[in-house]
Design a protein around this ligand. Structure first.
Ligand code: FAD
Length: 476
């Protein structure tokens, strides 16, 4: 239990506290120094606990080092390159030219290093109650871990936040041929002459799109009938068209037979619509999912249950089947998003330390119509193509749509599915509306500044009862 509930003393200029040679005992021990681990450590320190964080790789984990940050800055760089030739404005010259990939990559690396320093190392400096051990750990008992150096750490409670790693589907020949994962693709020294991507979920598609926008011919192979199969079906269909319009070659509903590699690159034999085909490229990226980092932790010996993909099974309090051990972040499986990991980390630490029973709740937002029906909710849906949104017209890019799903009985918003440039900037409005139980009438009655993409949310809310093509300026 925490010894006090006071705030930590800020010591902004101090070095982070690193582990003493002999190990020691802590109120809370956290395995993993990624987003879930940091959120857990900060919450625990705020509660007055003495915390040990054990990180066996690079401080900051996936998001800052090899995930969200490098991928999103490379996507923006690729968008800038693409915009030189594909900006949609007549009268503005298009200026072709090859990108300087080594510089783009170096800028990405510099941003990652800077954010790792400011958001992770400096944050540790600000919390003297958190001690960092830069080693791998494995469990010895429910309250004790052994570090690679042999040191032992004990704690009242332990939070496992060891994340997930890229996982390759079993494909004949793949192991011998070798392949890139997302980390390897973003670290390439030269732009590939061509790229094959296996897997069309978020990671495969964002990397496929970014290399295509940098001028690399990209072919994507997906086993499901459409891209981003976990998303609303309208999103998958429209996103496929969107990417094809940018020159990506997409094949869905394929069965991959084998992968071979020779001096010229990769050959991937696959079946599609009963035809046997072969796709060739200089490089191969496999993006078929991520699996929890639980191997080597010896969790099975402690009675901690693992799911079919190796993920730690937790209850709604994020407690494992071993009561002193909690888990949070990618290591507990889907949904694998950094903001979910951070929310879970803080919650796990709080429940572990205070004995409170705050429930982990991420499943209630963003339903598709199918998911709503599966929960016994009769859905109503309305969809507005972006050609009705003035901001998209003015920006000369009307690809995409905004689709809202409401509960037919209460008119409350239960899902929002967006395909648009900068969709991530407007989805929070819908998330807040769902969280607060707002109705489509509430959304339709709210001012949305003109011209903004978010005005499309108001239009979509109006589209439940009106033909938005017959509205004038400002969704009125
Ligand atoms: C290419 C890519 C792009 C992404 N983009 C986004 C995005 O835009 N938005 C978004 O929300 N999410 C994104 N994600 C997902 C996001 O990065 C993860 O959900 C998030 O980083 C998970 O955080 P975590 O703390 O659970 O795990 P991690 O950040 O992976 O941290 C786990 C840490 O545990 C350490 N560790 C593992 N085993 C041990 C051990 N035995 N002992 C000690 N330490 C150990 C690891 O070294 C690692 O640092 C992306 C992921 C990828 C791969």
């Amino acid at each position: 239990m925490p010894r006090s509930l006071g705030k930590p003393v800020l010591a902004a200029l101090a070095e982070p506290v690193t582990g003493a040679p002999g190990g020691g005992h802590y109120d809370l021990l956290i395995l993993g120094g990624g987003s879930a681990g940091f959120a857990a450590a900060i919450k625990a320190a705020d509660l007055g606990a003495r915390v040990a964080m054990v990180e066996g790789g690079t401080l900051g984990g996936t998001c800052v080092n090899v995930g969200c940050i490098p991928s999103k800055t490379l996507l923006r760089a690729a968008a800038a390159q693409h915009g030189r030739v594909a900006h949609g404005f007549r009268g503005i010259a298009t200026t072709d030219g090859a990108p300087d990939w080594p510089t783009v990559r170096a800028e990405k690396d510099a941003l990652v290093a800077e954010l790792r320093r400011s958001k992770y190392w400096n944050v540790l400096r600000a919390y003297p109650a958190i001690t960092l051990f830069e080693e791998r750990a494995t469990f010895r008992s429910p309250r004790e871990v052994r570090l690679a150096s042999g040191r032992a750490l004990t704690a009242g409670k332990i939070v496992v936040a060891t994340g997930a790693s890229a996982w390759a589907a079993p494909i004949p020949g793949l192991g011998a041929a070798g392949y890139l994962d997302s980390t390897g693709a973003m670290a390439l020294e030269r732009l590939p002459e061509s790229l094959l991507v296996i897997g069309a979920s978020a990671v495969g598609l964002e990397l496929g799109q970014l290399f295509a926008r940098l001028g690399v011919p990209v072919t994507v192979l997906e086993a499901e009938p459409r891209v981003v199969p976990a998303e609303d079906s309208d999103i998958g269909a429209a996103l496929g068209d969107y990417l094809r319009s940018e020159g990506l070659e997409l094949h869905t509903d394929v069965r991959i037979d084998r992968v071979d590699r020779d001096g010229a690159g990769y050959a991937v034999a696959f079946h599609a619509s009963r035809e046997t085909r072969t796709a060739r490229a200089a490089q191969l990226l496999v993006a078929t999912g991520r699996r929890a980092n639980t191997a080597g932790l010896a969790l099975d010996r402690l009675g901690v249950r693992l799911g079919p993909k190796g993920e730690i099974v937790v209850n709604e309090l994020l407690q494992t089947t071993q009561p002193d051990i909690y888990a949070a972040g990618d290591v507990i499986g889907e949904p694998m998003f950094v903001y979910v990991a951070a929310y879970a980390g803080a919650l796990a630490a709080e429940n572990a330390l205070t004995g409170q029973a705050r429930r982990y709740d991420v499943a209630s937002v963003g339903l598709t119509e199918l998911e709503a029906r599966a929960r016994g909710i009769e859905p109503l849906a309305a969809k507005v193509p972006l050609e009705h949104v003035a901001r998209a017209r003015a920006a000369r890019d009307t690809r995409g749509f905004i689709k809202l799903v409401a509960d037919a009985r209460t008119k409350r918003l239960i899902g929002a599915h967006l395909l648009a440039a900068e969709a991530g900037e407007i989805v929070t409005e819908a998330a807040l509306a769902i969280k607060l139980g707002l109705t489509i009438d509430d959304l339709a009655a709210t001012f949305h500044p003109y011209l903004t993409l978010s005005e499309g949310v108001k239009l979509a809310a109006q589209a439940f009862t009106k033909d938005v093509a017959k509205l004038s300026c400002c969704a009125a």
